[in-house]
Every structure is written in C-alpha cells, then in structure tokens.
Design a protein around this ligand. Sequence first.
Ligand code: B3K
Ligand code: ZN
Length: 864
Amino acid sequence: MTSSAATPSTIYLKDYSPPLFTISDIFLTVELGEEETRVTSELQMKRLQDGGNQIHLHGEDLDLVSITVADRLLDSSEYTLSSKDIAFLAPSDDFTVKIVTRIKPQENTALEGLYKSSGNFCTQCEAEGFRKITYFLDRPDVMAKFTTKIIGDQNKYPVMLSNGNLIESGNLEDGRFYNLWVDPFPKPAYLFALVAGDLGSVEDSFVTRSGRQVKLQIFVEKGNEDKCAHAMTSLKKSMRWDEEKYGREYDLDIFMIVAVSDFNMGAMENKGLNIFNSKYVLASKETATDADFDGIESVIAHEYFHNWTGNRITCRDWFQLTLKEGLTVFRDQQFSADMNSAAVKRIEDVQRLRAAQFPEDAGPLAHPIQPQSYVEINNFYTATVYEKGAEVIRMAHTILGEDNFRKGMDLYFDRHDGQAVTTEEFIAALEDGSGIDLKQFREWYTQPGTPEVFVEDQYDPENKSYSLTIRQQNPKAGPNAKPLHIPLELGLVGANGDNLLTGIHGTGSEIFNLKEKEETVTFENISEKPTPSLFRNFSAPVKLKQNPADGNMVHLFKNDSDPFNRWEAGQRLAIKCLLDMIESPSQNALPQSFISAFGDLLDDESLEPEFKAAAMTLPGEQFIGQQMDIVDVDTIHAQRQNAIKTLASTYKDKLQSIYQSHHGKDSVGDRSLKNSALMFLTSLKEEEFINLATYQYFNADNMTDQISSLSRLVVTNHPNREKVLQDYYARWENDALVIDKWFTLQATSYRDKAMEDVQELLSHPAFNYLNPNRVRSLIAAFAAGNPRHFHKTSGDGYRFLSDAVIKLNTINPQIAARLIGPLGQWKRFSEKRQNLMKAELERILKAPNISNDVFEIANKSLRN
Ligand code: B3K
Ligand code: ZN
C-alpha cells in the first residue's frame, strides 16, 4: 500500500526492464523495541548490466538514521529521499551499503511490513512490504541470500524466528538476547519473514524420501497448542504428496508455521517460515466445522507447495503472479482431491470459480490471468489470477495428459530452479517436456472474460452418425480476439445410461481440442441418438450455452458416469426451473419433472452422502442472478425459497428419514447429508423442525452440527433464535474464530430485520475494525453473502459498505479495497440500484487521504 495525494501512477508489463544492480547478500539486524524497532541492513550490491550509476532502493514510511556506501558515511547532500525510495550513486560495480532505519511496528495497522499482532511481532512482505522494513531492491527478480539477526528482550520475546536455519543464539552485554538465522537459498525480499513473541509450539518431524530428517514446528498463542494436530497432519501429508506426485522434496532442516490472529489474507509462504491466519491452523472438532478442516488442509498444502512453485522458482515481476499462484492452486486442488472425495472437491472448486471469478470477469475489474497493468499490485491477488489461473493449468494438464504434464513440470523444475521467470517460460517448459505445441493455448494468459461455448447437435439415424457443432466466443476480449484452445472432455450417454464411447482408458470420455471459432465433431457408428455430456469434470472455465430439453438433463442427472456432470445436470435443470418461476411469478410452481428427479436423488442409495448433499443443494441466489440480464434479488430469493419449500413438503418423510439415519454418525458425509435434510425441513417453518434444529444445537458435540442448526434458526424470527445466539456467544466468547462465525451468521441471514441486526453489530463490543477476520466476518460477509439486504432499495446496504470502506481506507487499505467488489457489479441491477451503488462509489473516491488500493478499485468500478 502507498498513500499519496497525487493521482497514483500505473505500472505496465511492457515497461519491464531488468535491474542494473542486484543484491547478492543481505545481513539484517533487527532490534525489537516497544517504542521503536531499529533495522540495520548491510547489502552486497553487484552490477548486472550497463546503464548508469544511479541506485534507487525502495523504501516507504521509514525513518532513516544513516547510510554508508562502500564504508563511507554519506551526508545528506549525497543521497535523495522521496516517499518511495532513496537514491544515491554507485561507487563501483561491486560494493556494500549499510543502512540504519527506525520503524514503529506497534502503530502499523495496515498489517504490511513488520507489525504487531496480539503483542507478537510478525511480518507480511508480499507483495511490496519489505520496503516498509528497510531500503531494498524490493522486486522479485532480485534474489539475495538472507542472514538475519534478531535482538530483543528474552522475557517478552522468547521465540524469535526468521527464514532458514538457526545458526547461533546468545546474550548480548546489555542483557538482550539474539538469534541468528541463515537462509542458504537466495530469495526475493517478499519471502522474508520474522516472528517474535511469547508463543507456544508443537513439534513433529518428517523424514524425506531421501532420508533427511526435517523438524516441523507450529507456533501459536499459548493455550492453542491442542488445536494444531490437524494442521500438522495436513503438513506431513502435503510433504509426502509433493514427493510422490511431483518428485519434490523439502530442502531445509526445519519447516515452521506461525499462526497469528491479525492477518490480511489466508497465509504466506515465506521460505521455511510460513505465517498463517490462525483460521487456517487452529481446529478442534468442537470449534471448527468440517469445511474449516478442509480449508486448513488445503491452505497448509498450498503454502507448502509454494516452496517449489513460488520460492525455488519465483516470478520475474508481479505481472507473472499467476505463474506461482495459478499453478499452486492447481496443485493444492489436486492434493485435496486425492485426500478427500474428488468429485465433491471439483464441485466446490467450480462453485468458488463461478461465485467469485465469473462476476469479476464479467465486470469492470475484468483482467487476464496475466494483467497488463496495475496501480496497486495488492489489488491483483484476485480470483482471476488464482482460480482462473488454476483452471488454465488444469486445461494444460488435460491437453498434455498426466504423463506429459509431469515431464513438462520436471523440465520446468530442472531448467529454472533458483530463477525468477515468466509464464512464457513456464509454458515453454511444458511444451519442451511434452513435445506438445501450446502456442494457441497461450491466448488464455492475455484474454479477459469468460468464453461462451454454443453447442448444437444432430443425429442421422440412417448413417448412424452423430455430430456436434461447436462455436466459441469471448465478447469481453473484443471483436478481434483469437479463438482459444479449449479442451472439451465429453461423453455420449445412451438411453440405458451407459457411455456409448469407450473413451480414454475406458472412461467413456474423450478429449477434443477445440481451436476454431466454429467446428464440427462427428461420431460414427452411434446406434441411437445419445445425450451429450459436455465439459465433463468442467474441463474448461467456460459458459456452456446449450439448450437441451429438460429430459436430457434429467437423464444425465440420473445416469451420467461423470460425477461432476451429474451434479451439473441437476444444477442446470434447477436453474431452468427457477428462471421460469422468476420470470412468471404467478405460475409459482416447480415442474413435476424436477420434483420427481429430486425424489429419485433422495432415494439413490448408491451415492456417497457428501455428493448427495451437494446434488440436493439448489443453485445459490447469486449464481441464479448471473443468468439474468437484470438481477431481481427479491424475486430470486422468494422463488428459490418457494422451490425449497415445495421439495421439503413433497419429501418431508424421506427427508426426515435421511435426517434420522445419518444423525449420530461421525463422518463428514453423514453430517453434510443430515444437515442438508435439516435445511429443507426447517424451511417449512413448522414448530417440529424448529425444535429439531434447537435440539441439535444444544446437543451437538461438534461445530459442524452446531453451526448448521444455528444457521437455520438465525434466519427465523422464532424466540429460539435469541436463545441460541446468546448461548453461543456466552459459550465461545473467548474464541475469536468461533465468534467470527456468530457475526457471519447474522450478517448473512435473510430475515427481514437483518439490516438492523448488522448495523447494531457494528457497535457490538466484540466488533473491531483492526482485525481483518472480524471485518470480513461482518462487513464482507454481509456485502457478498446477503443479496436481499445488501441490495435494499433504501440504499442502506450500500451505505453500510461504503462507510466501512472509508473508515478502513486509513486503517488497512488492502482490506478496505477488497470490500468494494460487490459495488462494482452495479451494471447488473435495476437503474435505481445502479444509481445508488454508483453514488457510493463516488463517495468512496472522495475519501480523505485515499489509498492507491481503494482509489484503483473504486475508480475502475465506476467504469462501464
Ligand atoms: N502469496 C500469498 C498472498 C500474498 C498477498 C499479498 N497481498 C498467499 C498465497 O497465495 O499463498
Ligand atoms: Zn499462493
């Protein structure tokens, strides 16, 4: 983050040039203090290329004490200080610089650079936080060896950590204590980390496949040591999996994770010293839901996998962010699919893509996975760079196939270990390793927008031939956009439900490489008119525009051997029914075909419970809205609730028996199916089911059951609502992560009074603007998860959000900017709502001392 009064400048990929000098080594001494922290940095600088003697070291919000170049103390006429850097002349091609600065971590509420969380020091340097600790060439293509000496009061900070290995510890003459850490791997400054505090820890070990012993440590606030077991198990599984799947071994003698309660995002992959939002470490069955457990497993894996995809091989510049993020998300998705139900994992990944990335790609903030420009790089840690980036890697994997993809990855690791590279170099390694041309595939890196794929089919019974005519377009990428290389995984399903194609390895699915604006695929010897099952396993991040008869979808919903498409058929069917209901509210009824397909689903004993629960869930209100030209939030909500009630009353007995047969069983699947049944039953608002939810709440021995029942009561006005909310608060008052859920449930409740509830919660003593998790749990949860109230035509919801953005702009610009997203969707709503939303964006732009972060998002959001 940077704050400046002038209009912020834009940085372009086309302007990239390599640095004139690099820094090969840095010796940092950090003296931690209560009033100020003193940082002494000794740099070894080396010329890389000709181009002058001017050195500019990045630095922001630093109080300079002294600068010594080649052992000579500079006087103030020999250097220039600006709000962004320090400039001086290089005396030779190879010289040392020693800089002493003072900072005040205790006043750092932006949580970037060195800051304090619950009395402990910690850092967040990606993307450009290191320049808030000391002056440096803070760009990822400058990779230095770090040696870090941390000095502090041992009573206050018995634990003092940095990257690499602990080489030395001891007492100084003045009574202070020091630890000396050396990281043998050159790294960009964004991977630097430092932690100091009075922390508890748990320890374990891992033996790599080559037999090296690695010490594993998780540091947490004291008292939380008993909530680290799942994180530790997840770490060990990740380490083993990366060896087996990608041949990647861990490379230091120690791997540390620190959980902190104030963190801007999920976690950070600093070399050997990952720092985590405590939400992604701490869990016990009493305090964390099954979804929380999954989140921990995937984030631990994600950060661990960065050791190879991100740290050993890093990005040349920040435009290459998806090089490490898209690839690492893909790897963590593969890992979670291997550890859990692969089908359910794929469904969740696609749901997340559709919920967060599709709207981004359709709105004013649309950008390719490799953006061409930015004002504030922190604004580009987006669903597009991450989630769509992962889909792009997945498509490359599909096109190459498992073996060739692995060959490409092996070559990538061999060729670029220790380097800072581009996405272009990554694709070249996949091509060279596999021998498969990906020239056209590269278009995915430069086109914004979600491509649309139109499919029409034709069956010729005489010749027994079946053909699909497929047309692609990507309106957001402009009229001259080249066609994309899209892998289409498809099957043809016969009348008896069997696959008519043998497919790859007998899977019944084949992969077609679509490369033209329009093309036709023909199948011979097809003895009956099949039902096409397109984009199996969601083989490409596109919108399928096909107009199949309901019957086809029912057929796939019952029979598709591809579990993703089986689920998808149910969703498509539901969307069609819901849109009909929304367009003619007087009709107000679910078609019988859908009702009976839903009944068959409930009866199907062959399905795994977690999958069945996912298939029972109707598309969310926002996803329904995405299918409409003008989103009608109120009718969407009303008709979706009507549909739920219709299904619940039709199948009341079946749902009750599902509830009873899965209640009391201790598995993720049993809980998800049971709670799904509870959701339908409570929608009927009958006293019997309100009591069932209340009973479940008071008798639950795990957080999944507790939250599921509580969430059903929070949407009502029943007297039990207050009872359980109060009980929950009293029970969990001292556990911040559990109280976050209490805020979120109320923020996302669709009950009539929710807007007032949310306004009141802002003044609740437990609400705190300084803690990102708490802000997200109330404000972001409301804006992104409560369409009915956020879009109130009074404008109260919009104003609630923009007030928070303006307030947070000066406290924590990154968090402030991230909240704005929902206002940027204004074009999708009625004129009245549009005007209200735009007015709030204008108001945000007038915020005093507007940060680059907030300026960029609010300004771009107003564009058409
Ligand atoms: N690389 C970090 C994200 C840093 C965000 C900076 N604003 C976490 C991750 O993606 O693993
Ligand atoms: Zn990442």
